[in-house]
Design a protein around this ligand. Sequence first.
Ligand SMILES: NC(=O)c1ccc[n+]([C@@H]2O[C@H](COP(=O)([O-])OP(=O)(O)OC[C@H]3O[C@@H](n4cnc5c(N)ncnc54)[C@H](O)[C@@H]3O)[C@@H](O)[C@H]2O)c1
Length: 438
Amino acid sequence: MTQSPIDSSSDELRAGASRRQVLRAAGVATALGATSAIAGASARQDEDPPTLRLGLVGCGGRGGGAVRDALRADPNTKLVAMGDAFDDRISSKLAELNAEEEFKGRIDVPSERAFAGFDCHEKVTDNCDVVLMASTPHFRPAQVEYAVKAGKHMFVEKPVATDAPGLRRIWAACDEAKEKNLAVVSGLCYRYQNAKRATIEKIREGAIGDIKAIECSYDTGGLWHRGQKPEWSEMETQLRNWLYYTWASGDHIAEQAIHNLDKMIWTMDDKPPLSVKANGGRIVRTDPKYGNIYDHFSAVYDFGDGVKGFFSCRQIPGAFRDVSDHAYGTKGIAHLQSHRIEGETNWRYRNPGVPDNMYQNEHNELFASIRAGEPIHNGDYMCRATLLALMGRMSAYTGQEISWNQALESKEDLAPKSYDFGDNPVKAVAQPGITPFV
Ligand SMILES: NC(=O)c1ccc[n+]([C@@H]2O[C@H](COP(=O)([O-])OP(=O)(O)OC[C@H]3O[C@@H](n4cnc5c(N)ncnc54)[C@H](O)[C@@H]3O)[C@@H](O)[C@H]2O)c1
């Protein structure tokens, strides 16, 4: 699992809230009676309320977390299918979940519903009502497209694409999901934290006046590396260590720091920037085992009318850590991570005594919305936030200023030549001023 600061806080928060508290806080129990929006004919219509069958695509750290959140969110859910590129990832995650007393009787994944390989998402989707997508990001467009065609509700981890062709595909699929009234709940979890929502609300009410600048940082240490084995093909090595390959992860500006870019565009009321000028490189993480991603980025997003978004992200062990966001307005400053406002208005979020685990909130709201027949659609903002990250990467890699439209229309297709466990040559590390914008 990605060892980001928010991952560990998720565990702490989870430990502090009982399942009963979580359900009560979200009002899920009251929504369980409504069944009209349950996708397809596959949900058990003879049960009241019908059991929603969960399918997991991507059996890693976050996938396990998403399953737990979904099971806790709604007592009438069951995990029935699992898929991953690798058998061993499925079996270890399944053993882990089976060993948890809390979920006794709610994990029902026999070997005929455990699917390994590149097409596992199709088989998982065919066997469930709600698909939890937590694989390596590159595959998300194909996964969402398939789920939409099959008429299934979705929880979709971030980022949702690693290149513009993928983003265009998933954006179109999300539009179709909306037409088909299918839930698309995004893993951009900060949008589900009540404390953040209240802070954004204060900004909208004018507590800091007109926004002039936003500063967002995701400066942190290194992440995991799962090693290399002589028997692994190049593709297997890359997928086991997907973080380090731009085609697979989108680079850490997209894979991890997207959370801060999402807060930037959320603060701006989801208005896209005109353009970005970014820098970046790899100065410490230079060993070939770290693929071709950078270890640091900085960027200035131009939102027009003199409003700028200043951003940095870094994955370098031993250097200072700063994961924070600040919005500067004509009447004050909002500190988004600490939920405070200072200036003409002085305000701090006070928790009214309810659990506020954003990961759990996402699933509580997802299942409540399905039960109520009003599925949530986060497709638009999850695509915008992903494009914000991709345009920053494009600018840093090429050394060019990149506009929002240029990024959206980019033809750079990072997909491997074929999806099989053979060779997959690693592209050279991008060099600003030399690497062309495509
Ligand atoms: N919202 C958050 O706070 C948060 C936190 C951590 C991770 N994430 C996101 O969740 C996703 C997974 O991250 P993780 O930390 O669990 O990584 P992980 O490596 O632990 O899990 C990813 C799994 O996907 C599998 N996989 C690779 N290709 C696949 C394919 N084609 N089909 C199905 N499975 C495939 C891998 O084998 C691996 O088991 C990423 O998109 C990551 O950015 C989000």
